[in-house]
Design a protein around this ligand. Sequence first.
Ligand code: G4P
Length: 193
Amino acid sequence: MLLVKALEDKILSEGSVLPGNVLKVNGFLNHRLDVPFIMEMGKEIARLFEGCGVNKILTIETSGIPIAFAAAQEMSLPVIFAKKHKSKNLSDDVYSVEIESFTHGNTYTAVVDKAFLNEGDNILIVDDFLAIGNAVKGLIKMIESAKATTAGVAVAIEKGFQNGGDALRQKGIRVEALALVDSMDDSSVTFRK
Ligand code: G4P
């Protein structure tokens, strides 16, 4: 797949590995956005989930939003992003989950207005990174609370060695990673083939 190879090359040439198993890709994904490249990732996600009957995309702020937006543009679907910050313009009628961030060592509450997740929806979860998978598990909980179904999970980069993706696959959830990192240290990044 051309896009997969391009993303792997970009990770190798522009990314760096920080202590704590963190892959830094601020130059195109987490701080500065490479818009044409993100739009290409969206096209690939759309291709992977074509014909699956998805009617909404769900992500979580912040860095999931651009990729979800790109996929949604290609699939002509709306995007809902779970909010991590309380805001006055949010109703009280929300789905709410506690998410423990392994990377950041904190726990936060993510919420989605109940008006935007409905019974019968078939939802594609999109995010930038999949590590231990707590964020995705939280989003799946909200989808279940709404009596909707999860069509699958699409992420730009999965860190396979943190096992979140494989745990979801074992539960029968379709998980697609555009780049799947098998191992990394400060001098190399290896991808699963
Ligand atoms: P999870 O996403 O699988 O649940 O794992 P974890 O709790 O460890 O991730 C917490 C946050 O750190 C998430 O972003 C996730 O996307 C990000 N993250 C995890 N591993 C990496 C990594 O190796 N590199 C980078 N760049 N990010 C990583 P977040 O807290 O939701 O932040 P943001 O979306 O607001 O930027």
